[in-house]
Design a protein around this ligand. Structure first.
Ligand code: FEO
Length: 396
């Protein structure tokens, strides 16, 4: 992909990574991603906003060459994670006059992660500005989206907010701007669920901080650029702060069919009561889709057999992830089966300490489900409906 002009003297110079399928060797990327870098040519100075993942350094360098960039004065590092900062060392070699611009915390990380010399970094305080001549960069500290050092850069004259990871999406596309809103929404929600959801309380403060900015364009460093900022701002408000919805997320696994029979009965019981269910068989589930489902759900019910006295290892992984992502869940329960005993319930409960949820009485039975076990599942479905009716808005 060649450089793309956003506006006069403002260019996208990043790289689209169509083939990447994992991030941090953890997060599935079904639709690839992009590393967006931006070049701003002021009347006196030139700034680069973020760089690209080191695996795609040559793409950024080619783009800068195509624009015949002879000098870069400032390389703004909104975030120290290597998919945005990793090509800074090469930029400093190619453009020896360039100074890296970063928050004080980012400076420390850049020196440690990338061995950038202290003398090459200037720090900026929250609200500080930097003139490029006819263009002005304003730096807005926005810590914990999703590292401690993160900031946003606002280009005042053009009303463009460069947000790095915040409002990003892992979506490889040839479109510079959001064109297919449904596809963008899904990718942005997945990104929010996997990367930003654990920090939703601090994101709320950061959204508050930018609420009076006039923003025409949100230019993140992953995925397409948003020229209807309200689209993503409203989505973040909904995902982060709207009350949870009348949804039960049900991750489960079954070894010999007993837990599966319970899940099938229980899902039907919930649906009969007007509750939306998102069911995931952990033997083959896309863990990213599970994360997305957790964004809006009021309740999680975990289905597990008992293995070596505890939950199935796939259940351990899913519960660990749910606990780490800190969704808005209000209620939890556990259903499942055992052969001769174990501490499955206690172990799962112990793994959910981050989540401030009420634990509804689990239904954990011996062997295959029998009549009284199905009644217990009906009782649990009633209890969930009652809690959803009392504590959340039932209209999804
Ligand atoms: Fe896209 Fe936190 O890096």
């Amino acid at each position: 992909m060649k450089p793309r002009e956003l506006k006069a003297n403002i260019y996208w110079v990043g790289a689209v990574d169509w083939d990447r399928r994992f991030f941090d060797e953890l997060i599935p990327l079904p639709d690839g991603t992009s590393y967006n870098a931006y070049l701003i040519k002021g009347s006196e100075k030139t700034a680069l906003i973020d760089t690209v993942d080191p695996t795609m350094a040559s793409v950024l360098i080619d783009n800068l060459n195509r624009l015949d960039v002879k000098d870069i004065d400032y390389a703004v590092a909104n975030h120290a994670e290597q998919d945005h900062s990793g090509t800074l060392p090469q930029m400093l070699k190619l453009y020896p006059n360039a100074m890296v611009v970063a928050t004080p915390k980012c400076k420390n990380l850049l020196m440690n992660l990338l061995l950038i010399p202290e003398s090459k970094i200037v720090t900026v305080e929250d609200g500080e500005t930097l003139s490029l001549g006819d263009k002005t960069l304003e730096f807005i500290h926005a810590p914990w989206v999703h590292w401690p050092e993160t900031m946003l850069t606002y280009l005042r004259e053009d009303k463009i907010l460069f947000t790095c990871d915040l409002f990003g999406s892992h979506l490889a596309t040839s479109d510079l701007y959001v064109t297919d809103e449904a596809t963008f929404y899904e990718a942005a929600k997945r990104y929010y669920a996997e990367i930003m959801m654990p920090f939703r309380k601090v994101i709320q403060k950061n959204l508050e901080k930018i609420k009076d900015l006039q923003i025409d364009v949100i230019a993140p460093s992953h995925g397409p650029i948003c020229d209807k900022p309200e689209l993503i701002l409203e989505a973040y408000r909904d995902w982060g702060y709207a009350p949870p919805k009348n949804i039960v997320v049900l991750p489960y696994i079954s070894m010999h069919g007993s837990t599966k029979k319970m899940v099938e009965y229980f899902v039907a019981a919930l649906v009969e009561r007007g509750i939306t269910v998102k069911q995931f068989n952990l033997a083959k589930a896309d863990i990213g889709k599970l994360a997305v489902a957790l964004v809006d759900a009021a309740t999680i019910v975990i289905g597990s057999p008992t293995v070596l006295g505890g939950p199935h290892p796939n259940v351990v992984y899913a519960v660990y992830l749910a606990n780490a992502l800190r969704p808005k869940l209000r209620f939890a329960s556990i259903i499942g089966s055992y052969g001769w005993g174990g501490r499955m319930v206690e172990q799962i409960r112990g793994m959910m300490s981050n989540l401030k949820m009420e634990l509804l009485d689990p239904v954990v039975i011996k062997g295959v489900p029998k009549e009284e076990d199905f009644k217990a599942l009906d009782r649990l479905a009633d209890e969930i409906l009652n809690n959803h009716t009392c504590f959340i808005n039932l209209t999804n």
